[in-house]
Ligand binder design. Sequence first.
Ligand code: FES
Length: 231
Amino acid sequence: MVYTVIVFRFDPEKDSKPCFQEFSVEAAPHERVLDALLRIQSEQDSTLAVRKSCGHGVCGSDAMLINGENRLACSTLLRQLHGNRIQVEPLPGAPVEKDLIVDTTMFWEKYQAVMPYFINNDPPPDRERLQSPAEHAIIEESTRCILCGACTHACPTSWSNQDYLGPAALLKSYRFIFDSRDQAGRARLDKVTTDKGIWKCYTVYNCVNACPKEIDITWHITRLKKAALGT
Ligand code: FES
């Protein structure tokens, strides 16, 4: 089958403004959007910039806007897109480095701001710090996040407010606040109850729709709001 792939192109070092370029690509419907892009890159235009690593929905590096929705190119089959015209663009709301690659500096700064690491000052036990299955169940869904940024870059608050921590960072905060082994819950909550945090989530659910791991991020942010209110 021949697909028409319409690709956002922009090289800030050379171009005064972005444009779209169409490519015809022979591909099977069970192939992925990433396969089509890599075929364009290897057979038609080696200057096409696209970021990927694992190719299997683990590293989160190839999140992009595909037919108007933030998705992973490696986890989106061509046949899922209905029709043979596919438009691919960089994640919205982030500076474009080149073509489909965005500058993720701000995303990672917000991630760092919520202390995304385990804190427990008790002496380490001989083996691992144990957690019961019931305790783990409370955080299990939040641990599925692969930090692809699809959620944060689908969020209208993030688009309009550069200071907002965004869904991915807030989800990571939940992951540690509700971890039975972590001891920094109060300090973590203080980080997300500022005017850059949870109260700026207006439950639009774009983040939930964008998440390739089907995490109900809005539910987790709501749990943080309840924790902040002591309810
Ligand atoms: Fe790793 Fe898609 S390339 S998630």
